[in-house]
Design a binder for this molecule. Sequence first.
Ligand SMILES: C[S@@+](CC[C@H](N)C(=O)[O-])C[C@H]1O[C@@H](n2cnc3c(N)ncnc32)[C@H](O)[C@@H]1O
Length: 308
Amino acid sequence: MVDDPEVQAWLETLPDAKQQPNLVFAAARWHGLAAPAPYEALRSVLLGDDGAVRGTILTRATQTNEAGRLATLTPVFALAAAGRPVALLEVGASAGLCLYPDRWRYRWHTAEGVRAAGPPDGVGPVLECAVTGPVPLPEELPTVVWRGGIDLNPLDVTAEDDRRWLLTLVWPEHDDRREQLARAIDVARSDPPDVRRGDLFELLPARLEEARAAVGSDGVVVVFHSAVVAYLEEADRARFDRTMRGAGRGRPLPLGEQRGPPRPPHRDGDRPGAAGRAVRARARRSLRRAHPRARPVPHLVVTPTTGP
Ligand SMILES: C[S@@+](CC[C@H](N)C(=O)[O-])C[C@H]1O[C@@H](n2cnc3c(N)ncnc32)[C@H](O)[C@@H]1O
């Protein structure tokens, strides 16, 4: 595409924020482009577009919801919970598929062998994850007593149209991720999540109150986000950090966090080694680094680092 002035000109008719490869490719596939396919096929879908592909690009967004991230987030949740019941609040939840850490079985592959947690083998879906270094892995999964989310545009797991769009957002060659996504949607459909529409800054205070009320004084509220802060402007990232610190009301509020590469993510592309970081805000240190899209499978987790 970079060497194709006609396609470049077509892309430039889109608003800047919509000139994302993931979004353009997904929209083309949504309208029938086979994938994988030779470049010419993509070219003719875009240049021959009667407005349908453009309409999809303008009305939809990349909201890739990756339950595989739970393999790295769940140890953080368990650490924050420390045996207490948890109210789990996700900002930028998309369809809310990461709100079910307790419904999966985990198999963490460590240098010492496989460490497993969750339902017994053969009961429920499984997330495999390669682990390097002394990552604290839980023996018991946290007990989630309340789960809720916030998103600018929540996708509805029960709606077939949203299910198809989520599946279309997965890159064509990532069959394993698509299969896992289908399982994650089934998990969420069995107990649909409460993801409210709105901006995280506006809805966070009210949702925090809900979570606190639901979990009571014996429990803990854990707020988390993954692949969301990368979508915020620099100033809003700092504002989010301040909001989270303030939300603790003088007490540290556990925050599970996966940060992606700097904004805008689509211009950075999928750089090898562009690693998300899982951070626990209480200690303000990185627990470990993980591949931002849970790739390669099994998930890559490397030695814990200290950090901001
Ligand atoms: C790439 S998806 C990640 C979904 C999920 N956290 C995951 O890791 O699978 C990013 C989501 O963040 C949402 N988002 C971006 N900015 C937001 C904001 N200011 N307030 C609420 N949601 C936001 C988008 O609508 C999108 O659904």
